[in-house]
Each structure stands twice: as C-alpha cells, then as structure tokens.
Design a protein around this ligand. Sequence first.
Ligand code: PSU
Ligand code: MN
Length: 311
Amino acid sequence: MDLFPEEGYSSELPALAFSSEVWKARAFNEPILALESAVITHGLPRPHNLELALAVEEEARNQQVTPATVAVMDGKVRVGLTRPELERLATAEQTRKISRRDFGMALARGELGGTTVAATLIAARLAEIRVFATGGIGGVHRDAPFDVSADLPELAHSPLVVVCSGAKSILDLPATLEYLETVGVPVIGYRTREFPAFFSAESGLPVTESVDSIAEIVKIARAHWSMKLDSALLVVQPPPTEEALPRHQVEQAIRQALGEAYQQGIRGAAVTPFLLNRVAELSGGDSLRANLALLRNNARLGAEIAHSMAE
Ligand code: PSU
Ligand code: MN
C-alpha cells in the first residue's frame, strides 16, 4: 500500500480508479456490491437503462451497502461511478461492450464501455469485492458449439457470490449448467429448487442446492473458499412473481429472434445484444417490466448477502 495514496487510485492496481465512496468503503471494510454496466450500455433501452442503474444502486444504499458499478472510462476501469458518470454511460452514442477480451483496446484508446459479467468479475476480483448482483449471466449458446460466453470461464476463477435470475433461455441452459458443474461453480437456489430462466421462473432444470436464508448462503460460501477454491458461487432467484412471464410466451419470441439472428449473420459479441433486443421487442413491454423488477430484486438480495458477509 502507498503511504499516502491519492484517493481513488492504488499503485498496485494502476488501471483501476475507485469512486471516493468505494475507496472509503474499502478502507473501512464496509460491505460493497459490484454491479455490471453492459446492461446499461447494451442490455436495456433508454431511458430505462439510467433509471435502472440508479435504482439498483439505491437498493444497495438502502441497506448501507456501497454500490460499485464497474465501467471503462477515460483509460481507466472505474469501480464505482458518480451520477454524472452513470448518465454519461447511459446516454453515450457509442460504447464498447467490454468482456475479458476487450479491456486492452478500450483502455488504450480511452473508449467508453459497459462491462459484462466476465469483465465486472475481473475488476471486482482485483478490488477484492466479494458480492456481485446482475440480471442474468451469459452461457453456452444454442446450436453454436463454440459460442460460449466468457462469463462462464471467468466464474470458474472469481471468488465471489454472484446473484442473478439464472440465464435467459436464448441460451442452451442444460449445457450452461453442465459447464458450471465442470468448473466447480455451485448453483444455489435462494428459496427455489429450479434454475430460473430469467423472465420466467421455470426452466425445468434443478439447482445444485436450495437454501432459505442468507446465513446459509454465507456459510456455504465461506466453506467453499476454505478449500482454497477460487470459483464463484452462483445464487439464483426467480423474477418477482408479479412480473414473471410464463415460459411458453417467452419461448416463442426466442425462437423467432434466434431465426432472425441466423438469417442476418449476427456473430460474436453482437449475438447477445441482438437477441436481448429482439426478444424485448417481440414480447412487448412485459419483458422490460420483468427485467427491471428482477434486476432490483437481485440487487436487494446481493446487498443483504454483502452485508451479512461483512459481519
Ligand atoms: N443476459 C441478459 N442481459 C444482459 C446480458 C446477458 O439477460 O444484459 C449481458 C451481460 O452483461 C452478460 C453479457 O455478461 O450480456 C454476455 O454477453 P456474451 O454472451 O457476449 O458473453
Ligand atoms: Mn458469445
């Protein structure tokens, strides 16, 4: 550690820039909740993206947990954003979707970028943050054997509790769960026995373990890491009942979106944003409502876990 570190910067982590809020929380060992920003730049339409970014931060603050939204900005990986920075990210004309592969280019060129689950895990790991909340993780794509989200290998060696609503069924969910098993990421259902499919509570697939309390999650996480395992624990909960969509309704939109992606030759990093956007359009406002509700709900659970882990 620097003797007199300039607030927000650490000589050991030259690429990171902490918000003063996160800097202080780190110094006082207070709970912090990591949040991604690809959902702001590539996941949600304006103005819902900014509203959502502010709402999930509020969920953390309501529980005296410091939110650390991660993004790439002005040649730094920001851990914690100010409100003007969130606004800049949410309204920018051009942003890069930043996964593990993309840091070098975005940092070197001073680009603005939203971090995926993979990229947020990398930053959170460096910052020693232990809890991260998001909507849904990336996974193994359907009928595309080599399109596996970088989120999965990153979860394999990121010692964090990651709260989400499973993964969207735009993905091959059984294959995604098999991958997580291979790399040692337990899938813990919070008050559910079923792996949620993001918009819908049902996927027909079981979780590794089901728990009813935050205390159990924390106990399992500590025991997991006591074996010097460096993998994440995925804590999943379904979208709130009021806003959850029936599985068949979503499935129809997904089939159509997948067909269009194939016809239009959409590849690589563009696949997930394309599918998310088309499914949202095809299923109408209901999917957006579900998306916003589950993101807030996951931030709330993430903050509770962060709080409990800091005790
Ligand atoms: N799934 C969603 N909403 C999202 C994403 C996934 O339901 O916004 C975003 C997340 O940031 C995730 C990323 O980390 O997409 C995965 O992209 P890819 O498949 O290109 O790795
Ligand atoms: Mn991909």
